[in-house]
Structures are given as C-alpha cells and as structure tokens.
Design a protein around this ligand. Structure first.
Ligand code: I4D
Ligand code: MG
Ligand code: MG
Length: 287
C-alpha cells in the first residue's frame, strides 16, 4: 500500500494504490513486450493484468457502469462514450518507460457521467505521487492543493509535450517542427516525461506552464484534464475549440493567453478520433 494512502482516500484511490504495487513489483522484472500500432507502441502482461483487475473490482461495486480501457479497446472492444457512468482507464501510462525502467509510469482513471468528467486520478507509481481532482472540489497532490502557474507570457513558459508512438513522416515532421517553432519563440524549455498523464499533471502543479499533444488517446488524458482544470488551468483542443477527450488533440495551459499562443504556433497532423471507426486517415484509432 502506498505511503500516500490515508483514511480520506475514496475506494477508487485504494484500488489504484493497490494496483500500483503490481506495477512496482513488475517494474524491476524482465517483461515480455508485444507491439500494438507501431514499433514504439508497447504493451506488457502487466498493462493487461492491471486493467482487468481494476475493471473487475469497480464492476463488482458498480455493475451497471461502463468502461473504456486502453487494453480492452486494443483487444477489440468497441469504444463509445455515452451518458452512462463510465470509467476511462489507462492501466499503465508510460509503458515504454515501464519496459525500460525509466521511472515515470502512472495509473490513470477518470470517471464520467453524462459525458462530463466527475473526478480524475493519476498515480505516478515510482514517484509515489497521487494527483487527484473532483469536479468543483479542487486538485490535489498527495492531499496538498494544486495551483497552475497562471503564467500569461509564452516566452516565460516551460512546455511539455510527447513524441508519441507515431513513426510516419507526416506525424514526425509535424511534431518536430512544432517543437522547433516553440523553441524559436522562444520558450524557456520543452520537456517530455514519456507519460501523457504525468506530463499534463505538471501543468496543475505549476512546474510546467503548458502541455500539448496530438495523437494521444482519451485514456491518456481524461483524468489529468480535470486535474489541470481544477488547479485553475485551461484545457482546450489544439484548434482553439472546446476540449474534446475523443479528438486526440489537447492543449493544457496556465492561462488562456498561453493556450491561445500555442494553438497559433503548433500544427496538428490527421489522426482518427478515438470514437470514430475506420476513418481511413492512416493513423488508426488504436495507435
Ligand atoms: O501507451 P501508454 O499508455 O504508455 O501511453 C503513452 C502513449 O503510448 C504515447 O504514444 C504517448 O506519447 C504518451 O507517452 C502516452 O503516455
Ligand atoms: Mg497512455
Ligand atoms: Mg497505457
């Protein structure tokens, strides 16, 4: 059980913390690795096992609820977000890090009703950092309140992003030219931890001023989006429209001014929505 659990943690936190022991004990072990959508999109038996245990524990308690789990979708389960109470689960966010023992791996769980996120939990297992937010209740790290930096000036920002699993020319040239354009503004720095969920939580802590990503999935960022929002940050689509967790595009920032500036500078590459079957744009919904 993690050092951060306490009497105040709701059942879900306990579920997550218990499963983190599974992740941590496997972290140092040899792992059998399978590929999903690209040579950089990995999955291990631990990803699959943690997701199965989390879903069965929650389903046991809430049998009518629905689930969107990264590895269930990868195994062919239909992905649809409805008005029903729904748990959106990434059992290990940062699987490449997990395989390489790079110490940033997280369990991410969001809970939605009527398509609106009610709470989000991101547990960075090796760091033993439990990020949590409930709608209207603020954002917390190991029980301490979180506040975004409020930075308004892009030239004074640290920006976090991810070079995801895409390895095609269009995605790679778009992602690298985005980084170059931001560095030339200039910004103070660009960072990538290898886990979208923990990346985005840095905006909630104020340790970073913005995060953007094209190509991630709803399970990567559903929980961290509400954590940033409840910490006073802004979350929106890269085209400046309202945040849509299924669009596979996101900007999270310390302020609307910084979010808008990033939206002006970066370009998106085409990728299927998470909830769009066979959209034929090349980058399928499962990568
Ligand atoms: O597959 P997991 O759950 O490890 O999620 C990661 C994605 O695979 C990466 O493409 C993406 O770049 C992020 O690293 C994201 O966390
Ligand atoms: Mg992930
Ligand atoms: Mg994952």
């Amino acid at each position: 059980m993690s050092r951060t659990s306490g009497a105040h943690t709701p059942d879900t936190h306990l579920c997550v913390l218990l499963q983190s022991e599974v992740v941590l004990s496997a972290f140092q072990q040899h792992k059998e690795v399978k590929l999903k959508s690209s040579p950089a999109d990995l999955v291990t038996e631990t990803d699959q096992r943690v997701e199965k245990i989390l879903i069965s524990a929650i389903r046991n308690r809430y049998p009518q609820h629905r689930f969107i789990g990264e590895e269930s979708v990868a195994a062919g389960e239909h992905l649809e977000l409805t008005d029903s109470p729904t748990w959106i689960i990434d059992p290990i966010d940062g699987t490449v890090n997990f395989v390489h023992r790079f110490p940033f791996v997280a369990i991410s769980i969001a809970f939605t009703v009527n398509r609106q996120t009610q709470f989000g939990i991101v547990y960075s297992c090796v760091e033993d950092k439990l990020f949590y937010a409930q709608r209207g209740g603020g954002a917390f790290l190991n029980g301490e309140p979180l506040h975004a930096s409020g930075q308004q000036d892009i030239s004074r920002c640290v920006v976090v992003t991810e070079i995801g699993a895409e390895r095609d020319d269009v995605a790679l040239s778009t992602m690298t030219s985005n980084i170059r354009r931001l560095l030339q503004l200039p910004v103070h720095g660009v960072r990538a931890l290898g886990t979208a969920a923990v990346d985005m939580c840095q905006v909630a802590t104020g340790g970073a001023d913005a995060y953007y990503h094209i190509g991630m999935h709803c399970w990567d960022i559903a929980a961290s989006a509400i954590i940033v929002q409840e910490a006073g940050g802004v979350v929106m689509d890269t085209d400046g429209s309202e945040f849509d967790m299924m669009s596979r595009r996101v900007i999270a920032a310390s302020s609307a001014a910084v979010a808008d500036r990033i939206a002006q500078v970066i370009q998106a590459f085409p990728c299927c929505r998470d909830d769009e079957d066979n959209c034929g744009c090349g980058a399928t919904g499962v990568n």
